[in-house]
Write a protein that binds this ligand. Structure first.
Ligand code: NAD
Length: 528
């Protein structure tokens, strides 16, 4: 006979998870507070930030200068760049501290994580301001990013408490069996610049709360936000040995961190090209390496919104504009293809053109603008080159070039009549460029939406229940949205991650996410 063993939970009772509410910047008091935060952060611009290697502050003399993409002459921070040797040392010291950190009770690690969450909440407007100034996020986008970082801390704290106790298994007569989750070892955390706080914080704290030590290599475009987050971890009480922060070029230190034989896993979010390279390098066992490295790689997208006939076209246009041009289209979840039923195609395009004409582009610190800059000069060149390609592949309906100003501003651009073989239909641009394609009917639209190497987010606007059902079954994306935009995933509500070349579908902010950073050990004891 077999019975189920249950182990009494030792988790401290935490209140139920709730998403962090967003500040409403239409309220005069909140606007004034944000203006004050911007002024206070502006007074801190241009400071120098050392490398942090297991608590030690290091200077290499080789510096990286981070600037405001809205006003590139404004220096945000000066950062010491890591050397190859320091990258090796960072992994070695993370490995040396792993036995101590992994033996720290999960309840203590959770406590530190909740401290981090409280500090982020206390410094929320300040972080909003750093995101506006270093990443070019609008006030609302910055507020969503910082809120998401808080959500990750709160959510993973609760998930860790669920995984801290042994998992019940079936029991054989005369034996006591259980399964426990234990941490993996040293993790390399490599985030992108586009959610410079939320993704950096989410990947870092998930690894740490699970009992791993980490080396964080932030994006060279947003190193100041990473340095500010490191100060949160320190104030929260995470011990010096539990993490290092190595600013530096991906090419110089990235390969070394990934290939180091003591690296146990890599948690990466970024482009397909870099993700595939990391996956390949990590797959090759190095001399002295004891394990198969685990790679969690969340990569790009070419996300589509399908618009059926018989829908409220104004509502669909609103969703498409928000998803295509929010944060200048620089979200992995951004809508970069609108695939529209032929019966509503002209109406959709006309309403889209009118809506896009109302979007103003300008410095992100000025809340009047719906759109700010793209991240840097090379993004400007890349996006403009895609726009030129698009003009020959389709029909320019809106935008089509740089927007005025000193910053990296690009007009919201719509190119219609894009065929499925076009580069604009297939390649991730990561900027404010929307391709619109005509479909014969809903089935054809779904077929076109699925005609992609990627499979991250997607949305379908339709009022027909059978088509909603079909989309649920056949739209091959990790995050599907029906009759709403395809951006804005909320932690705990919409676990996030994509199929195919969009990544390993690790579902950040979901109940399985922490398992990526743990390994299960099965234990059976013969009873005497
Ligand atoms: P990127 O791939 O250029 O860089 C990502 C990170 O990798 C950065 O920190 C970079 O410094 C580092 N890096 C670069 N070369 C490296 C190397 N050889 N070894 C190790 N690290 C290296 O991407 P990005 O421009 O920062 O971000 C945009 C991309 O991220 C887009 O493709 C977007 O779709 C994707 N993204 C995906 C998700 C998701 O959840 N799927 C979320 C956000 C962004």
């Amino acid at each position: 006979m077999t019975t189920t063993m249950t182990t009494p939970g030792s988790a401290p009772a935490l209140p139920e998870f709730h998403n962090e509410p967003y500040l409403d910047f239409t309220q005069p008091a909140n606007r004034a507070a944000m203006e004050a935060a911007l002024a206070s952060v502006r007074a801190q611009l241009g400071r120098s930030y050392p490398l942090i290697l297991a608590g030690a502050r290091l200077h290499t003399g080789d510096q990286l200068r981070s600037v405001n993409p809205s006003r590139p002459s404004e220096l945000i921070g000066v950062h010491e760049k890591a050397t190859a040797d320091l990258a090796r040392q960072a992994v070695d010291s993370a490995h040396a501290f792993f036995p101590t950190w992994s033996a720290t009770p999960a309840s203590r690690r959770v406590e530190l994580l909740l401290n981090a969450s409280s500090i982020l909440r206390r410094r929320k407007l300040e972080f909003d301001a750093w995101l506006v100034l270093e990443a070019g996020k609008s006030w609302n986008e910055a507020e969503a990013d910082v809120s998401e970082a808080i959500d990750f801390c709160e959510y993973y704290a609760r998930q860790m408490m669920k995984l801290a106790d042994p998992i019940p298994t079936f029991q054989l007569p005369g034996e006591r069996s259980e399964m426990v989750y234990i941490p993996l070892g040293v993790g390399i955390v490599i985030p992108p610049w586009n959610f410079p706080l939320a993704i950096l914080a989410g990947m870092t704290v998930a690894s740490l709360v699970a009992g791993n030590t980490v080396v964080i290599k932030p994006s060279s475009d947003t190193p100041t936000i990473a340095a500010q987050f490191a100060s949160v971890l320190e104030e929260a009480g995470f011990p010096a040995g539990s993490f290092s922060l190595l600013v530096g070029s991906g090419a110089v230190v990235g390969d070394i961190l990934v290939q180091h034989p003591k690296t146990r896993f890599v948690s990466f979010t970024g482009s397909r090209e870099v993700g595939l390279r990391i996956n390949e390098l990590a797959a090759k066992a190095q001399p002295g390496q004891l394990w198969i490295k685990r790679v969690v790689a969340e990569m790009g997208g070419k996300d589509a919104i399908v618009v059926d006939r018989g829908v409220d076209v104004d509502d669909a246009v609103k969703g498409v504009i928000a998803a295509a041009f929010g944060y200048q289209g620089q979200k992995c979840s951004a809508c970069s293809r609108a695939i529209v039923h032929q019966d509503v195609y002209d109406e959709f395009l006309e309403k889209l053109r009118a809506g896009v004409a109302r979007l103003s582009v300008g410095p992100a610190d000025e809340p009047a603008h719906a759109m700010g800059p793209v991240i840097n000069d090379s993004a400007v060149k890349n996006i403009l080159s895609y726009i030129e390609t698009g003009k020959s592949e389709g029909r320019l309906v809106a935008g089509g070039g740089r927007a005025p100003g000193d910053g990296y501003f690009i007009e919201p651009t719509v190119i219609a009549d894009i065929p499925p073989q076009a580069r604009l239909f297939r390649e991730e641009i990561f900027g404010p460029v929307l391709a619109v394609t005509k479909a014969r009917d809903f089935d054809h639209a779904l077929e076109l939406a699925n005609d992609s190497d990627y499979g991250l987010t997607g949305a379908a606007y339709t009022s027909d229940p059978a088509r909603i059902d079909k989309a649920k079954k056949e739209f091959f994306v990790g995050n599907l949205y029906l009759n709403r935009k395809c951006t804005g995933a909320m932690v705990g509500v919409h676990p996030f991650g994509g199929f195919n070349m969009s990544g390993t579908d690790s579902k950040a902010g979901g109940p399985d996410y922490l398992l990526q950073f743990l390994q299960a050990k099965s234990i059976a004891e013969k009873l005497r």
